[in-house]
Design a protein around this ligand. Sequence first.
Ligand code: FE
Length: 342
Amino acid sequence: MARFRVIKSLLLGGALLFGGGSAGAQEVVNIYTTREPGLAAPLFEAFTKATGIEVKSVFIKDGLAERVKAEGATSPADILMTVDVGNLLDVVDAGITQPVETPALKAAIPANLRDPAGNWYALSLRARLVYTAKDVVKLDAITYEQLADPKWKGKVCIRSGQHPYNVALVAAYIVHHGEAKAEEWLRGVKANLARKAAGGDREGARDILGGICDLAVGNSYYVGLMRSGKGGADQKKWGDGIGVLLPTFEGGGTHVNVSGAAVAKNAPHKAAAIKFMEFAVSPTMQAVYAQQNMEYPVIAEAGIDPVIAGLGKLKVDPISLVDIAKNRKRASELIDKVGFDN
Ligand code: FE
């Protein structure tokens, strides 16, 4: 075996020497990502298999923008991957991305889910949903506006208002209805809280089963993670025990946030980076990537995990993510103003 490996590597070396790089065996793309390493691994492996381009990924939990900025012109980063439109805008604001516009990318990703200048593209969607006490709540549909209806007084669970998921939701509310209405809504939701706005989305499901609340606001992929058993037996019970509604804004759709990617400003392998972006938005890879974390693909025709597909048909809110992101600061101030987390 050892001998075979030596021979094989010699052969590969030879191919590199004489191939002039056209075989691409030495090509590399460096991906900095804030996502857990396992989530994108199948995408990376498929890319290498399809193109021969090696993916070197670096997991950076916090401070991705600071790191790339500090590395400056010699940064090895080709692709920056992160979650939440706020983080995508932050890397653009940090000046560490470059616009990339190719027909394939523009055709694949709807205009409201990418940067108008081409600095970033959404790669997957997570919807902000309403979990319900299914024996008590006999509804087929609900709007975000209705979460403030006094009929739910003492019945609503939600995590901290200042969590980025909720800040983005409030920002979307501002885009739809303006700041004054958003404040009124926040006061209404606050008055309906069953407990302090805290914990995570999955605790909303837990507290529904515990009889504390009838409605809880939570992301779509947590339902998938809970119901698939990936989070353990307790969470499976919570996931199976709740009902799930896909809420919409009045006159709009369901609020989504994204995971996405950008080509780094000083990408040493720009061509490979663009190839990676185009690969990631192909229907097959969209399905692979989205299903890995129980998210929705950005491309409508790509496959969805059956657990998530079973929640109902997602009608993505048509307002622009950029407009949502622009209102984050005002949203955060409003959340404080009404004392949402107190
Ligand atoms: Fe999350």
